[in-house]
Design a protein around this ligand. Structure first.
Ligand code: MG
Ligand code: ZN
Length: 370
């Protein structure tokens, strides 16, 4: 009798309409994807050109962030350094700051916190890996143009994977004669480059840590033959998730959507946007199967004051621009996976850091103090 009573009680409690049985399982892995300069018009233009569909539409949790930099700067317009530092450290700072607060003192980044909790970490970009967006996650440098100083942070800080351009900042340095590629190798990093091997021929199964350089300086635009971002995202996720770490943190940047905005070229924006969205598709495919991965897709700011004009069709977008620089409009945030509901609403760009951290802290293995 007792056994039946317990069984009935369990069924009753389990079905009780007043109880919410929502999974509170936190994400083990976080993939943050930044389309640099990707405002709503950039997304819309890419969507129509891509046959009225984007992988981004698979995300059901959508929000907006306010991206102005430190208020004392007296300007509502952020650059990519302050924008990425807001995401990486949760602090609004001055334009050009790389992982530094407004007082020019370093702030701990989400990548450093992930390293401290033994998570695997990675950075993938279609610019140099020393460029403002990826740099703000791994380096602490007063101004973004100190690329060679930024490169030294890839030795001071741990990472498991980097894929991007900028080999010259590591091995053809002007400020000193250091060969940072050799130094990475002596630290156990497998270093490969486009010069010797295409990305599809890189063995991701063997290395413990991997740095793959896609260009000596800036990688080409997609329209001129660069095509590694979706593959790098897919292989990079496979690589990081195969490690025996409690989880992983990966940053993926579609760097050149911004450059299409700066040069006021619709076609440049659209091809970069679709390439970035294909990388988003790879991350969402993994998250769908894995069920322990949070994917967040956003931008640092809009670039170009871009607007779609009358007379446009799905195949032929007529874009006009109000600026050759960044603009101050709010930026959409798309999220998928456990914790994605937290990214609904309107909030500061710095809250993206705080929301990621709050979710990761729900894991017993996450060390919240550094
Ligand atoms: Mg960037
Ligand atoms: Zn820009």
């Amino acid at each position: 009798m007792n056994r039946y009573f317990i069984l009935i009680a369990v069924i009753f409690l389990g079905c009780h309409p007043g109880k919410k049985f929502i999974s509170t399982k936190p994400p083990q892995n976080v993939i943050l994807m930044i389309g640099d300069g990707m405002g709503l018009t950039q997304i819309t233009a890419g969507l129509y050109r891509n046959g009225n569909k984007l992988h981004l539409e698979r995300c059901k949790s959508i929000g907006l962030h306010k991206n102005y930099p430190e208020e004392k700067s007296g300007d509502l317009i952020t650059d990519s350094a302050a924008g990425a530092t807001a995401f990486s450290t949760g602090v609004k700072t001055y334009n050009a700051a790389i992982g530094m607060g407004p007082d020019t003192l370093p702030r701990t980044t989400i990548l450093e916190l992930a390293n401290f909790s033994d998570m695997a970490t990675g950075l993938i970009a279609t610019s140099t890996i020393t460029h403002a967006t990826p740099a703000s996650f791994i380096a602490h440098v007063s101004t973004r143009d100190k690329y060679e100083e930024i490169a030294t942070w890839f030795l001071k800080n741990k990472f498991d994977l980097i894929i991007g351009g900028g080999a010259k900042h590591f091995s053809k340095r002007k400020s000193d004669t250091l060969d940072l590629m050799n130094r990475l190798k002596s630290k156990g990093v497998t270093v490969e480059s486009y010069f010797d091997k295409e990305l599809e021929n890189i063995d991701f199964g063997t290395p413990n840590r991997l740095a793959y350089f896609t260009a000596l300086d800036q990688p080409l635009p997609f329209s001129q033959g660069r095509n590694y971002l979706p593959m790098a995202t897919e292989k990079g996720i496979e690589f990081l998730s195969s490690k025996k770490n409690p989880g992983f943190f990966l940053l993926v940047e579609g760097s050149q959507i911004d450059w299409g905005g700066h040069s006021n070229e619709s076609e440049y924006i659209i091809s970069e946007m679709i390439d970035f969205d294909n990388a988003v598709g790879k991350a969402l495919d993994f998250a769908e199967k894995d069920k322990n991965t949070l994917v967040i897709i956003t931008a640092d700011h809009e670039t170009g004051g871009y607007a779609i004009q009358k007379g446009s069709t799905m195949d032929s977008i007529k874009g006009k621009f109000t600026s050759d620089y960044h603009t101050g409009t709010m930026i959409p945030v798309f999220a998928f996976g456990p914790g994605s509901e937290d990214f609904q609403g309107i909030y500061e760009n710095t809250d993206i850091f705080h929301k990621m951290l709050a979710l990761l802290r729900k894991n017993k293995w996450f060390k919240s103090q550094k």
